[in-house]
Design a protein around this ligand. Structure first.
Ligand SMILES: [Zn+2]
Length: 120
């Protein structure tokens, strides 16, 4: 995705919308209310997820990704630099039968975002 001047994500010129996805209007009318994530009362160390002895299954903002598989920092398609980690979402926070983690990245210079999904 790319962020416009207001920070609103739009399809990136480097990406193509898969044909199986519904139109935005259809999607907006069919969205179910999903559980909202909340910030923890106590912040955790930015290194929390990087410790192999800690749980990998946590949604978080900032810090370091807790990779389920090998680390995969995407390259920005504009400047070809590694993108910065923003946060991760545990799929199980939205679907009790789901597994895996979505990792989110941004290139602040080019306003490009990327998402990677990994599962065990
Ligand atoms: Zn870039």
């Amino acid at each position: 995705m790319e962020l416009d001047n207001d920070g609103v994500p739009v399809w990136s010129r480097y990406n193509q919308k898969p044909a199986y996805l519904p139109e935005i209007e259809e999607l907006n009318s069919s969205i179910e209310i999903i559980p909202r994530l909340a910030l923890a009362h106590e912040p955790q160390s930015p290194y929390y997820a990087a410790l192999c002895t800690m749980s990998q299954l946590n949604s978080q903002i900032g810090g370091y990704p807790s990779w389920v598989q090998d680390p995969t920092y995407p390259l920005c398609p504009c400047c070809e630099q590694r993108m910065r980690f923003i946060g991760q979402i545990d799929y199980a926070d939205f679907d009790e039968y789901a597994e895996g983690i979505f990792y989110m990245f941004v290139c602040p210079k080019d306003n490009i975002t990327a998402t990677i999904y990994q599962q065990s």
